[in-house]
Design a binder for this molecule. Structure first.
Ligand SMILES: O=C(O)CCC(=O)C(=O)O
Ligand SMILES: [Fe+2]
Length: 342
């Protein structure tokens, strides 16, 4: 199938093909009107690694509240160099500028193919198509990346290692915020051989942005996702039934909790529903690293978080089986978490 980028560049579109028109309900248009940058939690990474225990405890408390109340926060002072982040964005643009023929070499078919380049979200179960192209790479425990364009693979490898370092600190803080020992999540989720997926979402300008959708409402399947973008907004997170557009400070990360965080925390931290809208004017590139347990880890609520008031809320399943279950479940029906809820 032709990429959305290919479609936009080969036609002078004033409208969009009907298969890209996404039916919308009134709830889909419920946008939050408050001054959003005041309400979305911001976590200062430097406080999490500070040598001042009071500062660290306060940051851990804020992290816990962000995960509980939002499942989402903006992360500042994370220490990943702006130059490296910019190189990843530029390399991603160079990848999508390859010809359709060159990109076809990387068109994987299956969920766990180490390199997959494609369009929409999950065309095998979708009724409508989405206005995005993507590149997905399995980068941990084994690293895979395209050899074209030259140099891109090295940049991705360096970047993914840095983002694992950030996530390691966040997961220690989250463990502590749940009253668990700081290495609890790391050890129980076997993060030494944990899954890390590098994703580039490429959203070309859309002549009818109000009719299309970049990425429909969904949750991510792992523990945490770190996201950055090329300064063009489009991410919205669901909070108290409203869609909150996210305008992050420059050089920050957007961090969201995934389904396995909800399961592990026995429902205390919710996997946040989010989506990406498109715009008329500019290409939007978002780059995510999705961090999860090792594929054969059996996921279930942490035994220390099962109490009289919190009986186990999810049945055990391996991370790999969960990923396949999610992939086979159309997005517009129930959440995949409902399928394993007790
Ligand atoms: O493009 C965005 O802002 C959202 C990306 C996303 O949700 C994903 O890749 O799972
Ligand atoms: Fe997502």
């Amino acid at each position: 199938m032709l990429s959305v980028k290919g479609l936009v560049e080969s036609h002078c579109l004033s409208s969009i093909p009907s298969k890209f028109v996404c039916p919308k309900t009134p709830e889909d248009s419920m946008l939050c009107e408050s001054d959003i940058n005041n309400i979305i939690p911001t976590i200062d990474f430097s406080h999490l690694i500070s040598s001042n225990p009071n500062q660290t405890s306060k940051a851990i408390q804020q992290l816990g509240l962000a995960c509980r109340d939002w499942g989402f926060f903006m992360l500042i002072n994370h220490g990943v160099a702006e130059t490296l982040r910019n190189e990843v964005v530029k390399g991603s643009q160079r990848f999508f500028d390859l010809t359709e023929e060159e990109k076809k070499e990387y068109a994987g078919r299956d969920l766990l193919d180490p390199i997959r380049c494609g369009t929409s979200f999950n065309p095998s179960v979708e009724k409508n198509l989405f206005w995005r192209d993507y590149l997905k790479l399995q980068v941990h425990p084994h690293f895979h990346a395209p050899t074209n364009p030259p140099g891109f693979s090295e940049i991705i490898e360096k970047y993914c290692e840095k983002s694992r370092g950030v996530v390691e600190v966040l997961l220690k803080g989250i463990s502590r915020s749940l009253g668990l020992e700081e290495n609890y999540i790391d050890e129980k989720m076997n993060l030494e051989s944990g899954s890390q997926v590098f994703v580039v979402n490429y959203y070309p300008p859309c002549p009818k942005p109000e009719l299309a959708m970049g990425l429909p409402a969904h949750t991510d399947h792992g523990l945490l996702t770190l996201l950055m973008q090329n300064q063009i907004g489009g991410l919205q997170v669901q909070h108290n039934g409203e869609w909150v557009p996210v305008n992050p400070p420059p050089n920050s990360y957007l961090v969201n909790t995934g389904d396995q965080m909800e399961v592990l925390s026995n429902g205390r931290y919710k996997s946040v529903v989010h989506r990406a809208v498109v715009n008329k004017k500019a290409v939007r590139i978002s780059i995510g690293t999705a961090h999860g347990p090792s594929l054969d880890t059996c996921i279930h609520p942490a035994s220390d978080l099962i109490t009289h008031d919190y009986p186990p809320a999810y049945r055990a399943i391996t991370y790999k089986d969960y990923m396949f279950l999610k992939q086979s479940n159309p997005l517009d029906t129930k959440s995949c978490l409902d399928l394993i809820r007790i």
